[in-house]
Structure formats: structure tokens, C-alpha cells
Design a protein around this ligand. Structure first.
Ligand code: NAX
Length: 325
């Protein structure tokens, strides 16, 4: 008989497209591993509760062996109480004619409320991943409204951008993704992000030896940064399965270890590394071990990289001042 206590996993926006792609994979054991029981806390706005009931029924119909209970709620107290992991996916989408600053402010309200609820109902061990956009700044807002929780527990997702970069380079080199190491994405999950190949290796050799600098600057960086928009154009809806996949990877790597000699990209509160102001939620290359992430230290930064890193930093500081006044 399994003696492990269940872990509690919260997902907001659980009946949205990413939520629908995410919760079944979590319930199947892909996040926590076989033999780890779990309880899902699925959080939605009142209007989406009927759809959420449908998601719950489908989860029940999967008869997942490790899924011990499902909480469906529009109450953040019930949603976040004692959760071990929180995926904050639900957010206000950008409507027609809406300015980016309007989107930012409407989401600021949502993430202020969620930060306060986490502060009250979650624990100092709760790990938070913000997926809902603008993800970095939403994570910053939630963190600022949860003063009793460790700031480092609040992160935002750039692993989807990291994966897009891996896939693009693998395709260009006609090499499997498994041979690539040490790519990273710096900064904001937005068009200013900087997917950086300067430290990357292919089969142990510096990757830039095999790539033309012009291709990197003119094709690779814009293609990765604009991939989300490209998916919307082709699919008629934004990335969902690939976002859910990246969210699971982000949390798994955080709880477990990054493979030896490799990194992942995570947007985390800066500790001042690379001149990024402390507290700004900025994507860095990180390693994970012992259940913690560590920003990769002391990488040499070229003047080109510095300029790109600063551009995305400036955008994040602008978002921060709009969101926090
Ligand atoms: P959907 O509109 O399909 O689903 C969002 C769900 O969130 C809806 O069911 C809605 O009812 C719910 N919701 C809204 N406000 C809520 C609140 N205050 N509390 C709880 N639930 C709430 O969007 P979806 O495609 O699932 O995308 C979700 C978010 O992920 C969006 O903000 C989107 O921009 C963002 N993304 C972030 C990515 C990243 O890499 N960080 C990539 C994919 C995606 O674009």
C-alpha cells in the first residue's frame, strides 16, 4: 500500500485551452511521477464553472490511479489552501482594440488578488509558476502581494520559448534535440526576449561554430520571439499543448534536477546577477538541484548579448512601473 501523503496541485484557468491540455497530464502522474498520489485544485471564474464541471467529469472518467480528489472552485481560499504547486494559467486575454497597458492593468488586479490569497492560504513551500500573460510581470505582482512567502517561490514560464529555440536549431543543423545543451532565453516572455546561443553546445562543441551569425540574428531570434504569433495565425488559437508541456517541464525540473551539464530557462526574481535589478522577474539560464533553482553564474556576455539583455530588461521595468505604479 502507498504510504506517501498526496501532494496538492492548483491550476487556475483550468477549463481554458492550456488548462485542458495540462490537467490530464498532471493527473496521469507525468508531473509528480508514478506512485505519488495527488489532489487537484481546479480554479476558475464563476462563468466557467459549468465547463470546469465537465473537465472534472472527464478526469473522473480517466480513473487515474494516483488522483485522490478533485477540488473545483471559484474561491481562491479553497483553490490555494495548502497547495504544494500552483500553476497560475488563468488570465484576462487581450481583447480587440485593447492596449498592452490595459491588458497589463487588468491582469495586475487578478494577480494582486491571487498573490494575497496565496499569502493567506499557501505555505512557504508552495512553488508558483505563472503562465498567464504578461507572465513575468504577473509573477512579480503576485510575489509582491505575498510578503510572507519566499520571493524565490514565484516564477514565470519561458521554457516554451526555450523549447522553440531548441527545435529551431535542431531543425537548422539537422541534429536531434538531445544533442543540444546550454541554450537559454533571457528576459521577458515577449517579443523582446533574447534566445541566446552563445553558450550553447551541439554534441559537446560550441554551437555557433556551425551557424552563421546572420542567420542567428535575422532568422533565429525573430522566429523564436514571434513563434507564438505564428501559431495563432496558423491554428486560429494560441499555443496550448506546447504551453502545457513546457509548464510541466518547468515544474518537474524545479522539483528534480536539470541533467548534468545542461540548463533550463526560468523567469525568476533576479538576485542582481548580470546587472539585472534585484527582484525583477527576468528569465535566466538556471540549473536545478535539491529542489531549488540556481542562476548560472559568471557567463561571459558579449556586447551584442548585453544590448539584447538590456532591451528586454527595460521593457520589464516599464511593465513593472505600469503594474506597481
Ligand atoms: P483561455 O482563454 O483558453 O483560458 C483562460 C482561462 O482562464 C479561461 O477558462 C478563463 O475563464 C480563466 N480565467 C480568467 N481569469 C481567471 C481568474 N482570475 N481566475 C481563474 N481563472 C481565470 O487561455 P489559454 O490559451 O489557456 O491561455 C492562458 C494564458 O496563458 C493566457 O494569458 C496566455 O496569453 C498565456 N500563455 C502563456 C505562455 C507562456 O509561455 N508563458 C504561452 C501560451 C499562452 O499564450
Amino acid at each position: 500500500m502507498n504510504a506517501r501523503p498526496p501532494l496538492r496541485v492548483a491550476v487556475t484557468g483550468a477549463s481554458g485551452q492550456i488548462g485542458y491540455a495540462l490537467v490530464f497530464r498532471i493527473a496521469s502522474g507525468e508531473l509528480l511521477g508514478a506512485g505519488q498520489p495527488l489532489i487537484l485544485h481546479l480554479v476558475e471564474i464563476p462563468a466557467a464553472l459549468p465547463a470546469l464541471r465537465g473537465v472534472r467529469m472527464e478526469l473522473e472518467d480517466c480513473a487515474f490511479p494516483e488522483l485522490r480528489d478533485i477540488v473545483t472552485t471559484d474561491d481562491l481560499g479553497a483553490g490555494f489552501r495548502d497547495v504544494d504547486l500552483a500553476f497560475l494559467v488563468g488570465a484576462k486575454p487581450r481583447g480587440a482594440g485593447m492596449e498592452r497597458s490595459d491588458l497589463l492593468l487588468q491582469n495586475t488586479d487578478i494577480f494582486k488578488t491571487q498573490g494575497r490569497a496565496l499569502n493567506e492560504h499557501a505555505t512557504s513551500e508552495t512553488r508558483v509558476l505563472v503562465v498567464g500573460n504578461p507572465a513575468n510581470t504577473n509573477a512579480l505582482v503576485a510575489q509582491r502581494h505575498a510578503p510572507d512567502l519566499p520571493a524565490r517561490n514565484f516564477t514565470a514560464m519561458t521554457r516554451l520559448d526555450h523549447n522553440r529555440a531548441l527545435a529551431k536549431v535542431a531543425d537548422k543543423l539537422q541534429q536531434p534535440v538531445s544533442l543540444l545543451r546550454r541554450l537559454c532565453v533571457w528576459g521577458n516572455h515577449s517579443g523582446t526576449q533574447y534566445p541566446d546561443l552563445s553558450h550553447a553546445l551541439v554534441d559537446g562543441r560550441p554551437l555557433l561554430e556551425s551557424l552563421d551569425a546572420d542567420w542567428v540574428e535575422k532568422e533565429f531570434i525573430p522566429a523564436v520571439a514571434q513563434r507564438g504569433a505564428e501559431i495563432i495565425k496558423v491554428r486560429g488559437a494560441s499555443s496550448a499543448a506546447s504551453a502545457a508541456n513546457a509548464a510541466i517541464q518547468h515544474m518537474r525540473l524545479w522539483r528534480e534536477n536539470t541533467p548534468a551539464g545542461d540548463w533550463t530557462s526560468m523567469a525568476v526574481p533576479s538576485d542582481g546577477s548580470y546587472g539585472i535589478p534585484e527582484g525583477l522577474v527576468y528569465s535566466f539560464p538556471v540549473t536545478c538541484s535539491g529542489g531549488r533553482y540556481h542562476i548560472v553564474p559568471d557567463l561571459p556576455i558579449s556586447s551584442y548579448s548585453r544590448e539584447r539583455m538590456e532591451r528586454t530588461r527595460r521593457e520589464l521595468e516599464g511593465e513593472k512601473s505600469t503594474a506597481l505604479g
